[in-house]
Design a protein around this ligand. Structure first.
Ligand code: PEP
Length: 251
């Protein structure tokens, strides 16, 4: 059975002081009211170590927002899997649409990043999703198939057990335009069936497929009611503690 993941992607937001203040509030709230989902925060790199100290010994995990495939060397501005693990992360977001669109990341690079994350024992949260143009032209499933097949190129059934997939339709990210629960359920079922063809039914059933795209406390309940939605990746609504707690406590 796929586990539930509720992840916050802070993108380029929050100083370390602001991150610590949020982390303390989150930690206190979860001590008072624990949740069964895995709660994951992806802060900017600059706050990872400070948050790792805040979360040490608890149930909240950290994710890096990016990773570089090489283990070390002349890659100015980049961070390796070893450094990410050393700083205190268990997860790593890979292939976010902002990285694909603004930084030109393609499926081959994303595949190398997923492989590097796995090599360091990090769980990649592998982001995929179609643009509005692609959906409007009926190409969404072709796009998802290409992203999954190329992004997971050469990975084994054993690797797939250690990967989470985030379905994030580009048109729903940061736009306030959430995909309907029906659209997300349909896409997740498609992805799961594809994984099943590639790796087997049992392996596919164990993969957490989470949704991202303008998730808020208002729509989380109806999204999570769908059987194929194993959690959410939250951008804007994760920046405010009260709003993120309302998402975590969606029941
Ligand atoms: C994201 O960037 O992963 C995301 C889902 O953002 P938002 O929730 O703001 O749409």
């Amino acid at each position: 059975m796929a586990g539930t993941i509720i992840a916050a992607n802070w993108k380029m937001n929050k100083t370390t002081g602001q991150a610590i203040e949020f982390a303390r509030g989150l930690k206190d709230a979860l001590l008072k009211k624990p949740v069964s989902a895995a709660v994951v925060i992806a802060p900017p790199f600059t706050s990872i170590e400070a948050l790792a100290a805040e979360f040490r010994g608890g149930d909240i995990s950290l994710a890096a927002q990016n990773i570089y495939p090489a283990s070390s060397g002349p890659f100015t501005g980049e961070i390796s899997g070893e450094m990410i693990v050393d700083a205190g992360c268990r997860y790593c977001i890979v292939g976010h649409s902002e990285r694909r669109q603004l930084f030109g990341e393609d499926n081959a690079l994303i595949n190398a990043k997923i492989t590097a994350a796995l090599n360091y024992g990090l769980m990649p949260i592998f982001c995929i999703g179609e643009t509005l143009e692609e959906r409007n032209s009926g190409a969404e499933f072709t796009v998802l198939t290409k992203q999954v097949k190329e992004g997971l190129n050469k990975l084994t059934a054993n690797d797939i057990k250690k990967i989470g997939i985030a379905y994030e339709p580009v048109w729903a990210i940061g736009t306030g335009k959430t995909a309907t629960p029906g659209q997300v359920q349909e896409a997740h079922l498609f992805i799961r069936n594809l994984l099943s063809e590639m790796y087997g039914e049992k392996e596919a059933a164990g993969v957490s497929i989470i949704y991202g795209g303008s998730v808020t406390s208002d729509n989380i309940g109806s999204l999570m009611a769908e059987p194929e939605i194993n959690g959410v990746l939250v951008g804007s609504a994760s920046l405010d503690l009260a709003s993120f707690l309302a998402i975590i406590n969606f029941h």
